[in-house]
Every structure is written in C-alpha cells, then in structure tokens.
Design a protein around this ligand. Structure first.
Ligand SMILES: [Fe+2]
Ligand SMILES: [Fe+2]
Length: 247
C-alpha cells in the first residue's frame, strides 16, 4: 500500500513502507504539463507505485523520470515506466546518462549539466551536481524552483514509518539511522570528502522551502540551516579515520 500526500503545490509524495527494512521509500510525482516522477522506484514496487500514480494522473502521461544516482530504489523500475509511458525519458546527471543509463535503459536519457534547468510547464528543475553525495560519482539533486523544493534523494535518510512532512528536527533521526547502519552491512552509507561541506553549503544557498527526502519525513522547517547542520552530522559519522575495517 502506498500513502499519498501533497507536500508542496503539485508535488505528491508517494510513500511505500517496507516493514522488513523499517524504511519508507518515497517517490515524488509532480503534476505539470510535462509530469515528472522523481525516483522510479524498485522493479518489485512498480505495480504498487503505478497504481498510486494512477490516482493522480494517467501513468502513461509521465514525461520525465528523474533520479539522483544509479541504484535500485532510484531507477530500478525505469524501463517499466518507459514501457508504459511512450513519451517518457529519464533525466539525470550527464555522468549517470553516460556511464549507466545509456546501456541500462531502453531509451536514451537526458543528461543535465551542473545548473542546467529543465522546464516542464509551470515548474522548472535546476540540476545540481553532488558527486559522491549521498553516494555514487553520478549523484545529483534537483531543485524545483517555483516551489523551492529540493528533491534531495537519500540526504536526511530516516528510518521508520514516519509522518509525510514535518517542520520538527529530522537530523536527530537521520543521525540515529546512520549510526545504526554503521553497525551492519550498510555501513559507510555516504562518504565524507573534502568536497562535502562545499556541496552542502551550495545546496543551503538555494534556500529551499521543502526538502523532499527519499527515506523518512520531508521537511519544511529551516532547510538552509538543516543542510548546513547535515555537514556536521556527516563529518561526525563518516569523516573519521577508519580504525576497524582492515584490522
Ligand atoms: Fe542511494
Ligand atoms: Fe535511497
């Protein structure tokens, strides 16, 4: 079952909670002349997601399928969407288009350069390159300019079946989730590199009104500050010298 909520004008969060992982997978459908689905989702989730999208628009009308980086929850079902939506195209970083989607997808993707803008009617998406943030050399995020919504993928990942959107702190829950992951096979969720503070400061400068997160609650508090504070949390958890892995 998917839960649908409008987190900003025209921006619908379609959330599927997987109890086995204690994790929400959130996909964002943005209604427009050229509708965008941000996060194609996993192949195994496609039937559920298709039914949920169908409550908002005919799925065959999807024009753009955006995502941050090549991973199954970001774009696993890309080809399923491309098959049912004849006008649809993937839109992602130039790197993702070049090194992943070119071979993976049944139709060519549009690779956006850093600061490249895609207009879809009422809405416009500014693509921001964020290599290795949250992970993957092809990573990027999209900033929907009319609603000031940052489609920020795995940034601020929180566990649990949480509320769709909040203005209360989400960084505490993010920190807890990352510390939990550090104990298991999903450790080192994101690298902390010399570029991380600059990339996060760049995102903070966009002054988003809403952070549309893939896992956990979206956020509509002080997004600028949250992005700056995220740097501190990531530095604390991922910025340490490795001491255990190669003992
Ligand atoms: Fe990811
Ligand atoms: Fe994810």
């Amino acid at each position: 079952m998917a839960a649908i909520s409008e987190i900003a004008p025209d921006i619908y969060r379609i959330s599927v909670f997987v109890p086995e992982f204690n994790l929400q997978f959130n996909h964002f459908l943005i209604k427009d002349e050229e509708p965008m689905l941000f996060h194609a989702g996993m192949r195994m989730m496609f039937p559920v997601l298709k039914e949920a999208v169908g409550k908002l628009i005919p799925p065959s009308q999807i024009r753009w399928i955006g995502f941050s980086h090549f991973e199954m929850d970001e774009c696993g079902a890309l080809n399923e969407w491309l098959q049912i939506a004849p006008q649809a195209q993937a839109v992602c970083s130039e790197a993702a288009a070049m090194v992943n989607i070119e071979d993976f997808a049944i139709r060519p993707a549009v690779g956006l350069p850093h600061e490249g803008v895609l207009k879809t009617g009422q809405h416009a998406y500014r693509f921001i390159k964020t290599p290795h943030l949250p992970h993957g050399w092809d990573a990027g995020v999209m900033f929907e300019e009319t609603t000031k919504t940052l489609l920020c993928s795995d940034l601020f990942h929180q566990n649990g079946n949480v509320v769709s959107i909040t203005d209360k702190d989400i960084l505490g829950a993010h920190r807890e989730a990352m510390l939990e992951d550090q104990k298991g096979p999903l450790m080192d969720y994101a690298p902390y590199t010399l570029k991380t503070p600059k990339i996060l400061a760049n995102l903070a400068n966009l002054q988003p009104k809403t952070l549309a997160t893939m896992h956990g609650s979206s956020y509509n508090g002080d997004c600028r500050q949250a992005l700056l504070d995220l740097n501190e949390v990531m530095k604390e958890i991922f910025g340490k010298e490795e001491t255990s892995l190669w003992k």
